[in-house]
Design a protein around this ligand. Structure first.
Ligand code: NDP
Ligand code: GDP
Length: 322
């Protein structure tokens, strides 16, 4: 029988890759989409006719109940969130509502409408924040460093709580940073690859950045959505860290991206305090041995390959705009 999946955050980076994966596996895919004055379909334009969209918002429980009723899903992937850390200091309440309480709304919609559906929550390595141990794994205590990280900790624990309170199949994937040509333009990887492409094409002459010393464990979004799916195919619901097990500074990222087009980053990068955060997450490095062992998950795209893929994609995109 055809499996049915409901994805929140379908228009985002991960929503688009997950939808592709599920469609390739023969799923009927429903996507929760909020009403916007102009449709935001860039990431899913190529598959929009294969997805059934349902209007709704994580802040509106009635709309989520309606979505679960229509989709009648076997699997629910809750990817929607205010996902940008820097914005979470500017909009801490809205971030708490969407990224935190929004998870409870989605869990309630499932519990009240189709409690046997399997539920995936998009938890984040930002929950580790000021890290208590390195590398970080499922048992590492959380110490979030931004309103976003705090909201994700709430979303994480409410998912665990629904599993324990109602015996729901609810999993939390603690995913480390993952990127792609579809990554939001304000995130550091995409900001750099877009900036490099513009500089190479003569459209920009500098790139203003914040802290270049922070370290991240960056993987490819296409690999990470496979882990989400695997988490919902097990005998028992559980939580898993998904990461590459490698960490790199922002400076290394910048260096690889500029070198790829034959430029020296030192000639273009300007440090601007505007992009330095009130509290920083200095180092993220994940240990995903549990996912490798129990899910059989493997990553395919390495860090350098990822950065080059993103630069090439931005070069191609921006060349067409010229
Ligand atoms: P994006 O920012 O690309 O996508 C976020 C999605 O959430 C968009 O579709 C957006 O819709 C939707 N959304 C935001 N607010 C609401 C709301 N109130 N109601 C309904 N939909 C809403 O994020 P990613 O795809 O990168 O990430 C997916 C999830 O994984 C997020 O929860 C993120 O926090 C989490 N995560 C991501 C990591 C990463 O490195 N990418 C790492 C760890 C966790 P719209 O298009 O209308 O704005
Ligand atoms: P995050 O890990 O979810 O916060 O992902 P980001 O891609 O937004 O940021 C990753 C790291 O890059 C953080 O440590 C930021 O402080 C650092 N960084 C340095 N300069 C910039 C910048 O100009 N923009 C962004 N977004 N991050 C920057």
């Amino acid at each position: 029988m055809t499996k049915r999946a409901l994805i929140t955050g379908i228009t985002g980076q991960d929503g688009s890759y997950l939808a592709e994966l599920l469609l390739s596996k023969g799923y009927k895919v429903f996507g929760l989409r909020r009403r916007t004055s102009v449709p935001i379909l860039e990431n899913i334009e190529h598959i929009q006719n294969d997805i059934e969209f349902i209007d709704g918002d994580l802040l509106d429980l009635g709309s989520l109940i309606n979505a679960v009723r229509i989709a009648d899903p076997d699997e629910v992937y809750n990817l929607a969130a205010q996902s940008f850390v820097a914005t979470s200091w500017i909009q801490p309440v809205a971030t708490g509502q969407a990224t935190g309480i929004g998870v409870t709304n989605m869990l309630e919609a499932v519990r009240l409408t189709k409690p046997e559906a399997r539920f995936y929550q998009a938890s984040s390595s930002e929950m580790f924040g000021k890290v208590m141990e390195t590398p970080q794994k499922e048992t590492t205590p959380f110490y979030p460093r931004s309103p976003y990280g705090v909201a994700k900790v709430y979303g994480h624990w409410i998912t665990v709580n629904y599993r324990e309170s109602y015996n729901m199949y609810a999993c939390s994937g603690i995913l480390f940073n993952h990127e792609s040509p579809r990554r939001g333009i304000e995130f550091v990887t995409r900001k750099v690859t877009d900036g490099v492409a513009r500089i190479k094409l003569g459209l920009q002459n500098e790139l203003r950045m914040g802290n270049l010393d922070a370290k991240r464990d960056w993987g490819f979004a296409g690999d990470y959505v496979k882990a989400m799916w695997l988490m919902l195919q097990q005998d028992k619901a559980d939580d898993y860290v998904i990461s590459t097990g490698e960490t790199h500074t922002i400076e290394e990222l910048v260096d690889i991206a500029f070198s790829h087009v034959g430029l020296n980053w030192r000639d273009y990068v300007v440090i601007d305090q505007k992009f330095v955060r009130p509290a920083e997450v200095d180092l993220l490095l994940g240990d995903c041995s549990k996912a490798k062992e129990k899910l059989g998950w493997e990553l395919e795209v390495g860090f350098e390959q990822l950065v080059k893929m993103m630069v090439d994609s931005d070069l191609e995109r921006i060349s067409k705009l010229k």
